[in-house]
Design a protein around this ligand. Structure first.
Ligand code: UDX
Ligand code: UDX
Ligand code: ADP
Length: 472
């Protein structure tokens, strides 16, 4: 008989586990979903009476409001969650290793391993264990070995890989209507049965033809491949943006024309100051590390170039700011609008803004920062981490965090747009102009503002992928 899932536990209440399992609970009222995490503050936030959730994601609080207390629970009792469940998602963090073998490249699998070992120790009945965190190829195999070596008699563990493709800022929309759900399993009868059980969960709201079932390793590699190819598109368009700036071509026009080719398609061709986020760089570096350990140095170099181009794009942009401001920004005030790695999220992991601000700091400029979502503590933590040798008090003498765009732009020489928040387009630019030092510059790293309009007001506008617009 097909395995029926009635209780799900998700280990890890972060950006992936939280929204994913909240949506499963919403769509499957007959399944009890418990999301567990060791971080008490995070769990408390998920449980907060006024729904001050630990992550900002449009539509998320409606989902949690509908399901929490009904069949969705958040808890720090990891062991109880494991024990009760027949299916367990492992959705813990897998940061890039900071030391040891593969430092700077390989994924730190310590959290995955600890969670896996906990499952083996606690479980008194058979479980389907689903790897949800993005992990290097063959991690499922290691999980299986650990589980089998530590299991009690009469407990069997079936491992599935079920990578999550949601993007931050659109997580709920992506989860409601995914392009595809990918499930990898061993091609044994038990593996296929476990796969069918998980497919049955998604089948409550995802059309059958969008649920793809493949081998375990194909599933793991597909996730790395999808992110690497998405990032590669951005590095490709950003490389072309440098040619545009030098020649007078316009990157928007080029992207539009290229994207019309149905083989290429129009999405994900927006030039920018560089991609950020917790996934792209990490997953490409994983792929580089994997290629190297498989003795495929040419393949490793090919993918490494995508990250190198992204670093170049960020440096190129901050250099353009310095060059344009008459080759020095020392003592000048620069307003940076946006700190999140993209709009509609409060997440700052690998945000291009961090690199830009660090560059401005080392040129000894004063920096004003405004972001509509990122908590101030987070900004300070990121800046401190980016400059580990600089005491925070020194950073605070150079950097001011502001509570509006208008405040950030006051008395600045230049405005730098680092994140494509819609509200930056709705700023009263006449008023901004009136309060800035002249000549007033705008550097648009996100192809966001109306260049003509701003030029008319009096700004000198520099947009990524376009030659500078002198004021007329
Ligand atoms: C190409 C462009 O497609 C066309 O738009 C342009 O005007 C001229 O260059 P063409 O060279 O005729 O056209 O062939 P195309 O079908 O693009 O294939 C080029 C090469 O890529 C072939 O060797 C083909 O076998 C190979 N290819 C194509 C792959 O290896 N994999 C693919 O998925 C697609
Ligand atoms: C990404 C993948 O899209 C998602 O499928 C995967 O599950 C996790 O990684 P995410 O990191 O949330 O999602 O954001 P995404 O929208 O992909 O943007 C990543 C970065 O690329 C952002 O900094 C964004 O601003 C930048 N970007 C995106 C561009 O510069 N240009 C584009 O055209 C698209
Ligand atoms: P992601 O973006 O992959 O979701 P996050 O860092 O946002 O990553 O979330 C991962 C969560 O997993 C964190 O809240 C962390 O506290 C939690 N976590 C890590 N290891 C364990 C563990 N062994 N047991 C329970 N929770 C864990």
């Amino acid at each position: 008989a097909p395995i029926k899932v009635t209780k799900i536990c998700c280990i890890g209440a972060g950006y992936v586990g939280g929204p994913t399992c909240a949506v499963i609970a919403l769509k499957c009222p007959h399944i009890k979903v418990t999301i567990v995490d060791l971080n008490q503050a995070r769990v408390d936030a998920w449980n907060s009476p006024d729904f001050q959730l630990p992550i900002y994601e449009p539509g998320l609080d409606e989902v949690v409001r509908a399901a929490r207390g009904r069949n969705l629970f958040f808890s720090t009792d990891v062991d109880k969650g494991i024990e009760e469940a027949d299916l367990i998602f492992v959705s813990v963090n897998t940061p890039t290793k900071k030391s040891g073998v593969g430092a700077g490249f390989a994924a730190d699998l310590n959290y995955v391993e600890l969670a896996t070992r906990r499952i083996a120790t606690v479980a008194n009945s058979s479980k389907i264990v689903v790897e949800k965190s993005t992990v290097p190829c063959r991690t499922a195999e290691s999980m299986r070995t650990i589980l089998e070596a530590n299991s009690k008699p009469n407990c069997r563990f079936d491992i599935l890989s079920n990578p999550e493709f949601l993007a931050e800022g659109t997580a709920i929309a992506d989860l409601f209507k995914p392009d595809r759900v990918l499930i990898g399993s061993l091609q044994t009868q038990e593996g296929l049965d476990a796969c069918a059980a998980l497919a049955g969960v998604y089948g409550n709201w995802v059309p059958k033809d969008r649920i793809l079932t493949v081998g375990l390793w194909s599933s793991e590699l597909s996730k790395l491949a999808a992110n690497a190819m998405l990032a590669q598109r951005i590095s490709s368009i950003n490389a072309l943006s440098a040619i545009c700036e030098a020649t007078g071509a316009n990157i928007d026009e080029v992207a539009h024309a290229v994207g019309y080719d149905s083989r290429i398609g129009p999405k994900f061709l927006k030039a920018s100051v560089g991609f950020g986020g917790s996934c792209f760089q990490k997953d490409i570096l994983n792929l580089v590390y994997l290629s190297e350990s498989l003795h495929l140095p040419e393949v490793a170099n090919y993918w490494r170039q995508v990250v190198d181009m992204n670093e170049y794009q960020k440096r190129r942009f901050s250099k353009r700011v310095v060059d344009t401001l008459f080759n020095t920004i020392t003592g000048k005030r620069i307003a940076v609008l946006g700190f999140a790695f993209k709009a509609d999220t409060g997440d700052t992991r690998e945000s291009a803004a961090i690199t830009l601000i660090k560059d401005f700091q080392s040129e000894r400029a004063f920096v004003n920062i405004y972001d509509p979502q990122v908590p101030h503590d987070q900004i300070w933590a990121d800046l401190a981490e980016a400059s580990p040798l600089t005491p925070i008090d020194t950073i605070k003498k150079q950097v001011t965090i502001c509570s509006s765009a208008m405040e950030a732009c006051k008395n600045a020489e230049a405005v730098v747009i680092a994140t494509e928040w819609k509200e930056f387009n709705e700023i009263n630019w006449e008023e901004v102009y009136a309060h800035m030092n002249k000549p007033a510059f705008v550097f648009d790293g996100r192809l966001l503002v109306d260049e003509k309009k701003l030029t008319k007001i009096g700004f000198t506008v520099n947009t990524i992928g376009r030659p500078a617009q002198e004021r007329v």
